[in-house]
Design a protein around this ligand. Structure first.
Ligand SMILES: CC(C)(COP(=O)(O)OP(=O)(O)OC[C@H]1O[C@@H](n2cnc3c(N)ncnc32)[C@H](O)[C@@H]1OP(=O)(O)O)[C@@H](O)C(=O)NCCC(=O)NCCS
Length: 175
């Protein structure tokens, strides 16, 4: 899998991504808005375990966001089941040195196009924790709309936080 945008691409993870994952993921500014499965500190063993899991698991997709040199972030989708099987939840992160250059917005747009064109999804969602202004901007710029607020639904770093659920229908998606 390879999706190119500007000088970046979304591609499969490989075992040679370990060092770059640790370099950029081992950052509290990145992990604080993500699930606890994205740990802090983020060690080499965490990166190795993550790559092994991704390469062996079929219930979700997980790719690298990369520049021409190395992995600089991650993007993925979790498939839902049963009556929700035509939906998936996307997630993403980017190394802090690369923030605020529209890289993630372009990656998310390209990834949604890929998901709608290659899977049977009619609805994609993204869950954003209270206070994550940058991610809310990314998702709004991609065309997602706020569909609901799950009040104090997240327990992160000893605080209950609201969870903002954004959604995008296939028929609404414009690249
Ligand atoms: C969220 C994240 C992926 C955004 O990546 P990015 O490549 O910097 O995003 P973009 O540059 O495409 O867009 C960010 C937007 O937020 C804006 N922004 C960033 N911080 C902001 C702040 N504190 N207040 C207001 N706007 C802010 C930027 O100016 C930009 O908007 P603009 O294009 O209108 O100027 C990155 O911050 C990150 O990895 N965060 C930690 C992990 C995370 O939160 N993942 C998402 C979980 S839902």
């Amino acid at each position: 899998m390879n999706i190119y945008f500007d000088e970046y691409n979304i591609r499969n993870l490989t075992s040679s991504d370990v060092d770059s994952i640790v370099k950029y993921a081992n950052n509290h500014n990145v992990s604080k808005f993500l699930r606890d499965t994205f740990p802090f500190p983020y060690t080499k063993e965490d990166a190795e375990r993550w790559i092994e899991f991704v390469l062996s698991d079929n219930s979700h997709l997980s790719f690298a966001i990369a520049d021409k040199n190395e992995l600089i972030g991650g993007i993925g989708a979790m498939f839902n089941q049963d009556v929700n099987r035509f939906t998936a939840e996307i997630g993403y992160w980017l190394g802090e040195p690369f923030w605020n250059r529209s890289i993630t917005t372009k990656a998310v747009k390209a990834f949604c196009k890929f998901l709608f064109e290659n899977y049977n999804f009619n609805h994609l969602t993204a869950s954003i924790y209270e206070g994550n202004i940058a991610s809310a901007k990314v998702i709004q710029k991609t065309g997602f709309v706020l569909e609901g607020v799950l009040r104090k639904n997240v327990f992160k770093e000893n605080k209950f936080l609201d969870q903002y659920v954004y959604g995008l229908l296939k028929e609404e998606f414009i690249l």
